[in-house]
Design a protein around this ligand. Structure first.
Ligand code: MSP
Length: 647
């Protein structure tokens, strides 16, 4: 049986728009989850949304919505962001899900019956946006140490969790498991700043707002957001039903990946709650650093956000994933600037990786009519690169086991760069001029193809779309397991090698693009909040027979190009079951043709064909448009066989 690996992100607050910084935790966890799956682990990757609390209640009121309407809209937004970024979670939990609400109520009651909860008056300095009480000594310049905003003195009747009771047990846990909190610096921070000064009991209910899970045995109280939120890691697996197969199979978590500001909740409060519930403890809490923007944490309220939808649609999802995984030293903070982002794309993706693939495939096409040649005898220079290919998996695996993600990528790039140097040294273009060198040319191009194949396999967890495109040009599919796919010699001579259509990573004119980006930022600032009027007019009610007239099916985009002379239209070749159709969509502003290929989509298949710009469009791809005029393609939640009926 495969070893299990349970990995979680924090559940995301449902109180504002999501920015690039938010994507960091999910993208890192996604790369880890994909990596472990390829290693053969039975992975369960959990993410979700944290939907209760005073802040949501306030924001919903400001937006003239009920809290549920408000969180529903944000849920849609985050799910479409994760789908755009290709986040391969196995379960998405919302804290407003009925099963979670019920489970949290049972957890609260259990803690109460055990004597770990008691009622008392709470007075403290409270930061509303962070929903945290602080002591005087924890404040930084009199302000909230997490977000730097004002705190105010508040008093209310609350239930308290006897956190202080678990002080010694927590210390024992850390001593016995020195890696429980990682990196080490965060362990020291927790011990010195919180455990040693003495843990205080924790206020875990509120009477001052209503948008929370009600305490079943005292209806003036709602459960304070941290017991509600932290419990998601077990309720998602079916707890309190400990017989549930998911709970038995996956708990305890192998890793809770969290931003550094919430390490305290995960490494002190959460294990104490689990101890009180007599449950096994997670194996590790990893506190990653922040993506900074101009030296500050990215945050909506500071106005320094970068919109991940815009970046992905403009530069490609893999570019954004690559930047996040590569640029932020794991465990410490990393800096986002438009220039750093564009430079990474140009140097690593377009120049190093893109060039390696395009030069190699072009030379095979030109010299061997697109058929991979069989290699002949190797010389010393070849042995070196073959050795590097064979060693790549283990060095990347070691880095990933240590959660050193940028270093894992850096190892892959060492081979990318070595392979480019191998081209310069072997000079295949010169070899091609003399028929006597044909065998040597064959060997060089074969070795390069093998380097590219192993690089693409190893890149699959990090930049899955590009890895797939590269492998496809060698007639290969995405790997299911690393096993056997990471050693030299798997490709067979005689296979067809195709050049990718257009560059995988187009080179960017950095200065020109910087001007565009800055221009866009300025114009976004001036933009009124809602740029596009959504139709407020309600459509007529239809009956089920009317709805049944619409035929909806899943499709897969096989090819896509811009329609000449149109800045808006993309022409896609869509596979729908046994047939392929041409479909035009006005989405060129949000999707490049490269981003479309391979996507699973939802198609209206019985729409009368129409000629647009001289091309017949045979159906419609469904999209969603928000009030800002942003458009995203609808995708089935999981990849389905194309042609599946949607009803
Ligand atoms: N709801 C709580 C977590 C409860 S878990 C039981 C929360 N939510 S959050 O939306 O504020 O943050 C979600 C994740 O995004 C956290 O890991 C947080 O650290 C991460 N990030 C938010 N901004 C970030 C950056 N600028 N950089 C990197 N990650 C950051 O906290």
């Amino acid at each position: 049986m495969n070893k299990k690996y349970y990995i979680t992100t924090p559940i995301y607050y449902s109180s504002g728009n999501f920015h690039l910084g938010h994507c960091y935790t999910t993208v890192v966890c996604d790369a880890l989850a994909r990596f472990k799956r390829l290693e053969g682990f039975d992975v369960f990757y959990l993410t979700g949304t944290d939907e209760h609390g005073q802040k949501v209640e306030q924001k919903a009121k400001e937006a003239n919505k009920t809290p549920k309407e408000f969180v529903d809209a944000l849920y849609e937004q985050i799910v479409s962001l994760w789908s755009l970024l290709g986040i391969s979670y196995d379960k998405f939990i919302r804290t407003t899900d009925d099963y979670h609400v019920e489970a949290v109520q049972k957890i609260f009651k259990k803690l109460y019956e055990k004597g770990d909860l008691y009622k008392a008056q709470y007075e403290g300095l409270y930061c509303t946006p962070c929903e945290s009480f602080w002591t005087e000594s924890q404040l930084v310049n009199g302000k909230c140490p997490d977000c730097g905003r004002e705190v105010k003195m508040m008093q209310e009747e609350s239930y308290f969790f006897k956190l202080s009771k678990y002080q010694d047990k927590l210390m024992e846990l850390y001593e016995k498991n020195p890696d429980f909190i990682s990196p080490k610096s965060r362990m020291n921070e927790m011990v010195n700043n919180f455990i040693k000064p003495g843990l205080k009991d924790l206020c875990v209910s509120r009477t001052s707002f209503k948008w929370g899970i009600p305490v079943t045995f005292d209806d003036s109280h709602v459960i304070y957001v941290w017991i509600d939120a932290l419990s998601n890691y077990i309720t998602a697996l079916g707890y309190p039903n400990v017989q549930d197969s998911l709970f038995t199979k996956y708990w305890p978590a192998d890793i809770h990946m969290v931003g550094k500001e919430i390490v305290r909740f995960h490494s002190i409060i959460w294990p104490a709650i689990l101890m009180a519930l007599d449950l096994p403890l997670p194996k590790q809490v990893y506190g990653h650093g922040w993506l900074l923007f101009g030296g500050d944490k990215m945050s909506k309220s500071k106005g320094n956000v970068t919109d991940p939808f815009v970046l992905c649609n403009k530069f490609g999802v893999d570019s954004v994933r690559y930047f996040l995984l590569r640029e932020v030293p794991f465990g410490s903070d990393g800096l986002y600037t438009n220039r750093a982002f564009l430079s990474r794309l140009n140097s690593d993706l377009a120049n190093d990786l893109g060039n390696l693939v395009s030069r190699t495939t072009a030379m095979i096409e030109q010299n061997f009519a697109g058929v991979l040649p069989t290699p002949y005898d190797s010389i010393d220079m070849d042995h070196e690169i073959i050795g590097m290919i064979n060693n790549l998996f283990i060095s990347v695996k070691n880095k990933m086991d240590e959660l050193h993600v940028p270093e894992a990528l850096s190892d892959i790039w060492t081979l990318v760069q070595r392979a480019n140097k191998y081209i310069d040294e072997t000079k295949p273009w010169a070899l091609a001029k003399n028929p006597d060198n044909r065998e040597r040319l064959a060997t060089v191009l074969y070795n390069l193809s093998e380097a590219i194949r192993v690089i693409a396999v190893m890149l699959s967890p990090f930049i899955p779309n590009s890895s797939k495109i590269i492998l496809e040009s060698f007639g290969l599919k995405e790997p299911k397991l690393f096993e056997e796919n990471t050693t030299f010699g798997k490709l067979k001579g005689g296979e067809t090698v195709k050049r990718t259509e257009g560059p995988i990573f187009p080179r960017i004119n950095i200065e020109k693009e910087l001007q565009n980006m800055e221009g866009e930022e300025e114009s976004t600032e001036k933009k009124p909040e809602i740029t596009k009027k959504h139709s407020v007019e309600k459509k007529d009610i239809i009956n089920i027979q009317d709805f049944a007239k619409v035929e909806l099916k899943t499709g897969k985009i096989l090819a896509c190009e811009k329609l000449p002379n149109s800045s808006k239209l993309l022409k896609s070749t869509v596979e729908i079951g046994g047939e392929t159709r041409t479909i035009l969509s006005g989405i060129a502003k949000w999707y490049s043709p490269e981003m479309m290929v391979g996507r699973n989509v939802v198609v209206v298949t019985n729409l009368a064909s129409a000629s647009i710009g001289g091309v017949m469009s045979e159906g419609m791809l469904l999209c969603a448009e928000d009030t800002q005029g942003n458009v995203v393609l609808l995708t089935p939640e999981k990849a389905m066989e194309s042609g599946s009926i949607i009803s």
